[in-house]
Design a protein around this ligand. Structure first.
Ligand code: GLU
Ligand code: ZN
Length: 285
């Protein structure tokens, strides 16, 4: 049984790129007689706007998709805490009080996810008064699990190599998990067998595969799909106010557009408004 999911964060309205992502995940499940799940990724308390989740459901309905909704991340914090405690007890995490400015002042190397943490707090000498994140001791983790592989539908078998990300944050200062920890635990808890998302998150799968090994979770397959690019060749992004460019789903819906017809056109590769599909592996590592 194939189980896929669409996992939007309610920090901005969905745009055509999200529609594409949801359609790909939906259709992969449907074609195989499987299940398509919706999971609201709302651990980012400060940026989450709960009313957006309702808009997301309306958007998906408008596109003619059917889904099963699983519990939102904000209801699963205890499972993130338990996993983090376990990794901490195994000596695989350490507290880090560095601010972004402190890290950048050390002129760190830049990896696929931005600055690579220079390891300042790896000696456990942190000020207990300061808010701390928990970072993965990448070296110790990789030694623990040995060689790992994972498989993407299109890119084939990958040797998991998360080292170039450095000691990634698994528990944020302001949230009981990072995206990596929460998404990995949830995909396992939800029985997701085919993790479907854009190639901009291809790199994250190296980290997720490592977390699966450390936490004894089942290993899914992955399907990283191409991204929708605007006429300037940049991926559509919430932060670029795609709504203003007419890419916002709620806006198009309110404008009376037929969402099912839009979904059909996307499926046939007829992208509206000068939008093109990226070449694989756009954004990969
Ligand atoms: N919540 C993530 C986002 O909106 C989803 C990432 C994923 O599909 O793993 O970008
Ligand atoms: Zn630090």
């Amino acid at each position: 049984m194939i189980v896929t999911r669409f996992a939007p964060s309610p920090n901005g309205p969905l745009h055509l790129g999200h529609a594409w992502s949801a359609i790909v995940a939906h259709d992969l499940a449907r074609e195989a007689g499987g299940r398509f799940l919706l999971r609201i990724e709302d651990i980012d308390g400060a940026r989450s706007r709960p009313e957006l989740a309702d808009e997301f459901r309306r958007d998906l309905e408008w596109l003619g998709l059917e889904w099963e909704e699983v519990p939102a991340q904000s209801t699963r914090l205890a499972s993130y805490e338990a996993a983090a405690q376990r990794l901490l007890a195994e000596g695989l995490l350490y507290p880090c009080t560095c601010t972004r400015a402190e890290i950048m002042a050390l002129e760190p190397k830049i990896g696929p996810e931005g600055a690579i943490y220079p390891g300042t707090c790896r000696n456990w000498r942190v000020d207990p008064e300061k808010p701390a994140a928990l970072r993965l001791d990448m070296h110790a983790a990789m030694e623990r699990v040995g060689k790992l592989t994972w498989e993407d539908d299109e890119a084939g078998v990958q040797v998991a190599d998360p080292r170039e990300f450095g000691d990634v944050v698994l528990v944020r200062k302001d949230a009981p998990a990072s995206y990596h920890l929460a998404a990995t635990l949830d995909d396992a808890a939800d029985g997701v067998t085919l993790v479907t998302r854009g190639t901009d998150l291809f790199f994250a799968s190296h980290i997720h595969r490592l977390l699966q090994a450390m936490l004894g979770l089942p290993v899914p397959r992955w399907h990283h799909h191409r991204l929708l690019l605007d006429p300037d060749g940049r991926k559509l992004a919430k932060s670029r106010q795609s709504g203003e460019l007419g890419h916002g789903l709620a806006e198009r819906r309110a404008g009376g557009e037929d969402g099912r017809a839009l979904a059909e056109r996307l499926r046939m590769g007829q992208m509206p408004g000068g939008i093109t599909l990226s070449r694989f592996p756009h954004g990969a590592a």
